[in-house]
Ligand binder design. Structure first.
Ligand SMILES: Cc1ncc(COP(=O)(O)O)c(C=O)c1O
Length: 374
């Protein structure tokens, strides 16, 4: 049985009857950049996140960049974040001329360990950038408490966490601002690139709204040098349709995650912990396995596709070699990257496919041995 990590064709088959007329509406209105569909999506996504404002932009990376600028991050500032992420998190810091300061992860969740933040703070620290990795919320109370004590503001990287809840609240309105990605593979994905910044802060919203559109506050009134980070009209139309399905799709992801957990109980893999306070939206279902690369090839032999998120932490990427952080600097994230593996997870997986993957992983990794003491 063939099982792929994603099935965007099945998604399109489900949505086709709604998507095509919506794209036609955009063509007929010629609102190809921003426009009515994007504005409606902004209102609907802000409501969904429980945030006062949503500003739609061209990518998640643009949302991170503008979010950091809105928090006042400037050249030579420092921003504390986790190296267990896609490079874009750190890139956005670099775009501001600032320096990413990494702290290690809590291996139980894969997210930034809040107990390590305080010792990373210096007089140059301007912001904290936690990532809700795999759709699992970072420990926002602990992070907010440290931020408040040191007068440092917080941008959430919610690129993988549309709809995730922390203590009952959806991510996106918990920090001072949050950045979302609508890259096609995300839980809420556009038909191309897309992103958004959400916030409850009127000043941040005002800045980002102008900054995404060349610093314009009115037509051809440029208050400052901004960017062309506008969302396309087609993406607003597609995202509105998909947002209406997101709750049901997320429930299906969570159901599959429960089935995987049951299938893998008692085996030699570790699975990140879901804190009872949280609702994880399972952008990815990851396992940690010894001999990960052999697990990958044995699953591939059974026609099960897997992906590694991420094989190398950001501090060990050539792009950040100038930081001079050698292997061993952040042992927990390095161990996670050596062992992590994402199993197929999307709303169109059948019950049989989920059972097939669960059984295959169980067979490949084997049962936990009592004598191993783990
Ligand atoms: C954690 C994280 N941050 C940022 C991004 C960047 O988003 P985008 O690809 O929309 O620029 C992504 C996704 O690619 C991501 O997974």
């Amino acid at each position: 049985m063939k099982v792929s990590v994603l099935d965007l064709k099945a998604e399109y088959a489900e949505l086709r009857e709604e998507i095509l007329p919506a794209l036609q509406r955009v063509c007929e209105s010629s609102s190809f950049v921003l426009g009515a569909e994007v504005e409606a999506f902004e209102r609907e996504f802000a409501d969904f996140c429980g945030a006062k404002h949503c500003i739609a932009v061209s990518t998640g990376t643009a949302a991170l960049h503008l979010g950091l600028l809105a928090l006042g991050v400037q050249a030579d500032d420092e921003v504390i974040t986790s190296p267990n992420t896609f490079l874009a998190t750190a890139e956005a810091i670099t775009y501001c001329g600032a320096v990413p300061v990494f702290v290690d992860i809590d291996p139980a969740t894969g997210n930034l360990d809040p107990t390590l933040i305080e010792r990373a703070i210096t007089p140059r620290t301007r912001a904290i950038l936690p990532i809700h990795l795999y759709g699992r919320p970072a420990d926002m109370d602990a992070i907010r408490e440290i931020g408040a004590r040191h007068n440092i503001r917080i941008l959430e990287d919610a690129a993988q966490a549309h709809g995730a809840r922390y203590r009952g609240r959806r991510v996106g309105g918990i920090g001072h601002a949050a950045a979302f990605s609508f890259y096609p593979t995300k839980n809420l994905g556009a038909y191309g690139e897309g992103g958004a910044l959400t916030t409850n802060d009127d000043q941040i919203a005002k800045f980002v709204r102008a900054a995404r559109n060349h610093g314009q506050t009115a037509r051809y009134e440029h208050e400052f040098v901004g960017y062309n980070y506008r969302m396309q009209g087609f993406q607003g139309a597609v995202l509105r349709i998909k947002l209406r399905r997101l709750y049901a799709w997320t429930q299906r992801r969570q159901e599959i995650a429960r089935e995987y957990r049951q299938a893998l109980a008692g085996t030699r893999v570790e699975i990140p912990v879901d804190e009872p306070r949280d609702e994880c939206v399972y952008h990815q279902f990851v396992i940690y396995a010894d001999n990960r690369n052999s697990v990958v090839s044995q699953l591939a032999a059974r026609e099960i596709e897997t992906v590694i998120h991420y094989p190398k932490p950001v501090h060990l990427q050539p792009a950040y070699s100038s930081l001079g952080l050698p292997p061993g600097t952040f042992p927990k994230v390095e161990r996670a990257c050596d062992r992590v593996l994402s199993l197929p997870l999307h709303p169109w997986l059948t019950k049989e496919q989920v059972a097939y993957v669960g059984n295959a992983v169980r067979e490949v990794v084997g049962e936990k041995k009592a004598s191993a003491g783990s």
